[in-house]
Design a protein around this ligand. Structure first.
Ligand code: ZN
Ligand code: ZN
Length: 401
């Protein structure tokens, strides 16, 4: 097998995002904000990219546990498939609940909840850290004795189903609401209304929330996002602000018990003022002028190219050489950081642009190491260095007023 057909999930998800966008526009609803959707998709791009590297090690990890420590021998029959479905969904429930209740796990999951829009793009908002934590929880399944090949099948379902519950276009679903997780249930989960906080953790079945007392029905209009809004589209800030908050809280905490609580205690006990103080340090380079039309076009073009590059990488991964994989990965990561920085209007944006360009040139040199390429690359580098300031000025002028 030279191609990975899982890559087609990318255009499939994009297609449904497009349909939802078209439908909500037609109904006159404002479910999509430009910057929010772009930020969501960019977080998703990084996660899919990193999945390429984590999927195989995790399969081996499951296999290793299964081969050495499996408690039971489970053969694939219809009822063991049903049992596995229930088991994966129950494990998800606890993974998700702990991800909200324990600081160190919330540091990975928080990114999923930063979006103040609730639409299909929000479902893409997962990080590789979150995906890895989830896999660690799932390790209990091969330990029980479920064969890894069976588990992988269900991981696919758990990868696809949640996408469809991130929408405001579908109302309540009658009888289905009783046992399945529906968009209505998940809207509650993504809200910061006090009565909706830390509720409806289920993935496919809502029964676990009903059994363990975390179920709430959607009654009043949800307000989406974190209780203390994120206020930033910076890719790095979104991923690491909570880790920084924990680091500060840890440093401030006195004694073992307090420090332990910072790592394994509840997110409710972390002082929100820590973030305000950190924002003053890390988000101070914003230019804050009015974005131009070109700003939007540039972001759309950049995100589209990044998505195509991601699809190409995932689809051809098996057949590609390590240098090609490395260059593409680095360029995609810089591009998602770049998009966030443009949305944020960070003053250092042109340095990042130049760095990406230089890496790209280096790749060309790597692929075609001839005298002529060296000459052209050198010429380009010298020109950019010499005209750096004027180029930076016109770049910013084109993107922002
Ligand atoms: Zn959650
Ligand atoms: Zn969600």
């Amino acid at each position: 097998m030279h191609h990975s057909y899982i890559a087609f999930a990318i255009p499939m998800f994009l297609f449904f995002m497009g349909v939802e966008y078209w439908y909500s526009k037609r109904k006159g609803k404002n479910f999509f904000q430009f910057a929010e959707s772009v930020a969501n998709i960019n977080v998703g791009i990084a996660e899919r990219l990193m999945d390429v590297f984590t999927i195989v090690p995790f399969y081996y990890f499951f296999n290793f546990i299964y081969q050495h420590y499996a408690l039971l021998t489970i053969e694939p029959t219809w009822y063991t498939w049903v049992l596995l479905f229930l088991a994966t969904d129950l494990v998800w429930y606890f993974y998700h609940r702990f991800a909200h209740e324990i600081n160190i796990l919330w540091a990975a999951h928080i990114v999923h909840h930063q979006s103040e829009d609730f639409n299909y793009t929000a479902s893409a908002r997962i990080t590789v850290f979150q995906a890895s934590v989830r896999c660690l929880f799932w390790a209990v399944l091969p330990l029980i004795g479920f064969p890894p090949i069976m588990i992988s099948t269900f991981l696919l379902i758990h990868g696809i189903y949640p996408f469809f519950i991130h929408t405001q276009t579908i109302g309540k679903l009658g009888f289905i609401e009783k046992f399945m997780v529906t968009p209505s249930h998940h809207r509650v989960h993504h809200s910061s209304n006090p009565q909706y906080l830390d509720k409806n953790y289920g993935d496919v079945l809502i029964i676990w929330d009903k059994i363990f007392g975390t179920f709430v029905e959607e009654k009043e209009q949800p307000v989406y996002g974190l209780t203390k809004p994120i206020n930033s589209y910076s890719f790095l800030w979104q991923h690491f602000h909570y880790v920084l908050e924990l680091a500060v809280a840890f440093k401030k905490a006195v004694g073992f018990k307090q420090k332990w609580k910072v790592i394994f205690g509840s997110p409710n006990n972390i002082d929100p003022n820590i973030r305000t103080a950190l924002e003053k340090v890390f988000l101070r380079n914003k230019v804050a002028t009015q974005p131009t039309k070109a700003h939007q076009h540039y972001i759309i073009a950049q995100t589209t190219i990044t998505l195509v590059a991601l699809f190409w990488l995932v689809y051809n991964y098996v057949a590609l050489q390590i240098p090609t994989i490395s260059f593409t990965t680095v360029l995609i990561i810089i591009s998602v950081i770049n998009t966030g920085a443009i949305l944020e209007q960070q003053s250092w944006i042109f340095y990042l642009e130049s760095m990406r360009f230089f890496i790209f040139l280096y790749w060309i040199w790597y692929a075609y190491p001839t005298f002529y390429t060296a000459f052209i690359i050198l010429l380009l580098v010298v020109t950019i260095m010499y005209y750096f300031r004027p180029m930076e000025r016109s770049y910013k002028k084109i993107l922002y007023h």
